[in-house]
Design a protein around this ligand. Structure first.
Ligand code: ATP
Ligand code: MG
Length: 393
């Protein structure tokens, strides 16, 4: 009997006329991700994507885990496919299905009959399948309809019948690329990888921009950022990481401006450069890991002074989150341990002792006027180089 993976849609199922577009993106993404685990046929029907192995050597467990972590999938089931015939279904339960529920002491059977032409109704299907399981387990399992360890599910669908041991919640979200492209400002900290992950989960294709300040920041600091990008790419798919050097800008600022404005002006430079990268790489928005009040540059007034430089939306998905909440997600997506490695960031080089927390725009602009902003931006932009990460460790 053939094993098959069923992926249930989340929000896609609620879409109207453009639903086929979302389904297609999800199938394309699954095809890409599962290539490493064998040859599969991937198709959709009835709010479900079917992942069917086409050869013996397919790694079904790896495919299942990968599907479970694919944005757009809300639940996954490892199922047995049987012909749409009650005797064949019962035979499949008897001969092949029992290992699926080996460890469970209690069970119940649920049936769903999407194909209304199937001659038996759901309660009858449940009764027959339950009977076969009780017989096959020789008294080692009991029926518990209220609180079973496993819910055996029999689904009679268009193509075939499917028997599975419950379904598992998957990652949810929207298929990759279904909601535009965003340029993630990625530091080596805890917040920005989480911000990128959350936007990718909503279907936003992610491109990254990292600022370095060599030799004030080290090669190891950059490797850490690329490792973080790779962890985000495990969910978000292959990503480009653009890297720009801020060394000269920072040295000129150190020698020219009032120290208290250093971070604010640096962030305005970052924003200007981000706009250029976003424009050249067709990113409709910029994403940061900022959270209101977290540090001096993330007060409402400071954010206003930086945002003025933006010519497209700047999304800050963590703006209302406490650090503890952010850390929780960072642990879930396995970026936390990398984020806390103690390497310097360009933002921590030459930090002012008394940064402005309530900056006035006019004063910021007056300080900035001491610099040849255009030339500094152009020169920094020339230092851009790009690394691609594929999410595979
Ligand atoms: P994170 O916010 O990622 O934990 P952090 O706390 O060290 O890192 P902040 O000083 O809070 O960084 O910076 C706020 C945001 O600015 C970051 O979330 C990130 O989006 C962006 N940012 C900071 N440093 C860099 C950098 N070197 N390259 C690109 N973006 C950066
Ligand atoms: Mg931060």
């Amino acid at each position: 009997m053939k094993k098959i993976i069923l992926c249930k849609f989340g929000e896609i199922a609620l879409k109207g006329a453009n639903r086929a577009y979302f389904e297609k993106l999800l199938k394309v993404e699954l095809k890409k991700r599962l290539r490493a685990f064998g040859k599969f046929k991937i198709y959709s029907a009835q709010s479900t994507v079917y992942i069917e192995p086409l050869e013996d050597g397919c790694d079904m467990d790896a495919a299942y885990t990968s599907a479970k972590n694919t944005f757009g999938v809300s639940a996954v089931q490892m199922a047995l496919e049987a012909p749409k015939d009650m005797d064949a279904i019962l035979e499949a339960v008897r001969t092949d299905f029992m290992p699926y529920i080996e460890d469970a002491k209690t069970f119940k059977v649920e049936a769903k009959r999407s194909d209304k032409k199937f001659p038996l109704e759901s309660p009858e299907i449940c009764k027959l399948v339950g009977g076969v399981i009780l017989e096959a387990c020789h008294g080692r399992k009991k029926v518990d309809v209220h609180n079973p360890e496993v819910a055996v599910r029999v689904e009679i669908r268009d193509y075939a019948a499917y028997i599975c041991a419950g379904q598992e919640r998957a990652i949810g979200g929207m298929p990759q690329g279904s909601n535009g492209k965003g340029l993630l400002l990625l530091s080596g900290g805890i917040d920005s990888p989480v911000a990128g992950y959350l936007m990718a989960k909503r279907g936003v294709k992610i491109e990254c921009l990292h600022f370095e300040s060599f030799p004030y920041t080290s090669e190891r600091a950059k490797e850490k950022v690329l490792a973080l990008a790779n962890k985000v790419a495990a969910y978000a798919g292959e990503m480009h990481v653009h890297i720009i050097s801020l060394t000269h800008i920072q040295e000129v600022m150190r020698d020219t401006i009032d120290e208290d404005y250093f971070t604010l002006l640096l962030r305005r430079f970052m924003m200007r450069l981000a706009m250029k990268v976003a424009n050249d790489h067709w990113c409709e928005s910029v994403i940061t890991g900022e959270s209101i009040g977290q540090v001096a540059s993330q007060t409402m007034q400071a954010l206003v002074v930086t945002d003025i430089m933006a010519d497209r939306p700047v999304f800050r998905p963590l703006i209302g989150n406490d650090k503890d909440d952010i850390i929780k997600i960072a642990r879930e997506i396995d970026t936390f341990e990398t984020s806390i490695l103690p390497y310097e960031d360009c933002c921590t080089v030459f930090t002012p002792r008394h940064p402005k927390t309530r900056p006035e725009l006019a004063k910021v602009e007056a300080e900035e006027a001491k610099l040849d902003v255009e030339a500094l931006v152009a020169e920094a932009y020339d230092s851009l180089y790009t690394v691609t990460v594929d999410g595979i460790e």
